[in-house]
Design a protein around this ligand. Structure first.
Ligand SMILES: *[C@@H]1O[C@H](CO)[C@@H](O)[C@H](O)[C@H]1NC(C)=O
Ligand SMILES: *[C@@H]1O[C@H](CO)[C@@H](O)[C@H](O)[C@H]1NC(C)=O
Ligand SMILES: *[C@@H]1O[C@H](CO)[C@@H](O)[C@H](O)[C@H]1NC(C)=O
Length: 194
């Protein structure tokens, strides 16, 4: 009977304790995760910034910045262009005119996602090119019912000066050309970051 439970043999217990110590020691020396001090990493003061700019969706002409890469799922039953996808590299400017100062680019895509009204799922990075924000980005992912007067989408993150960013954008159409469907949209971006 005694040989039936080798687990209680002194030999086994020594090996067991030895392996536990190896596990404890190795987790101390090769840990992949640590807790850092926010103050040391300059993350103690969160601030709120607002940016206002204009987003230019240019579909026509010799230099479009917004291009259809997928057609709608069907071309007869849907008036909402359900399934359509456009890839964008849209300029963001300080004023409503395309010729005004370039703040950055909105790079990403939008997809038509409603069968009842024109609603876009938008996924884009605002890649800033001016001053201290040059090289920093803000990421927006949200729902845009384009014919509503005021729309809102979440800011879900950022890079550079916008690390740990969170917030939202408010947008309203400034101008649409009914023939070309080129649009200029006013964006107000509210971001908490460090
Ligand atoms: C659009 O619909 C028509 C008929 O409904 C069809 O003949 C045509 O191939 C469709 N075009 C595309 C691009 O799907
Ligand atoms: C922004 O950064 C890029 C790359 O570092 C640089 O080439 C460009 O001149 C900068 N632009 C401004 C306006 O500072
Ligand atoms: C463009 O179309 C919208 C809705 O379809 C209409 O309300 C608006 O008056 C049109 N604008 C022009 C300049 O024709």
């Amino acid at each position: 009977m005694a040989n039936f439970l080798p687990i209680f043999s002194p030999h086994f217990i020594i090996i067991f304790i030895f392996s536990i110590s190896i596990i404890l020691i190795s987790s101390e020396h090769h840990g992949y995760a640590k807790t850092l001090n926010k103050k040391v990493h300059d993350l103690s003061k969160e601030k709120l910034s607002q940016f206002q700019f204009y987003w230019h969706d240019t579909l026509s002409g010799s230099k479009p910045t917004s291009m259809q890469v997928m057609p709608p799922v069907s071309n007869y039953s849907s008036t909402t262009a359900f399934g359509l996808m456009n890839m964008i590299d849209n300029p963001l400017t300080e004023g409503p005119r395309l010729s005004s100062k370039l703040i950055g680019k909105a790079q990403g895509f939008y997809v038509s996602t409603s069968q009842e009204e024109v609603v876009l799922l938008m996924a884009m990075n605002f890649a800033f090119v001016q001053g201290k924000y040059n090289g920093s980005t803000i990421t927006v992912l949200g729902r845009n019912p384009v014919f509503s007067k005021m729309r809102e989408m979440p800011v879900i993150g950022g890079s550079g000066l916008f690390r740990f960013a969170r917030g939202y954008v408010k947008l309203k159409t400034y101008k649409v050309d009914n023939n070309t469907r080129n649009a200029i949209v006013e964006y107000n971006c509210y971001v908490l970051h460090y």
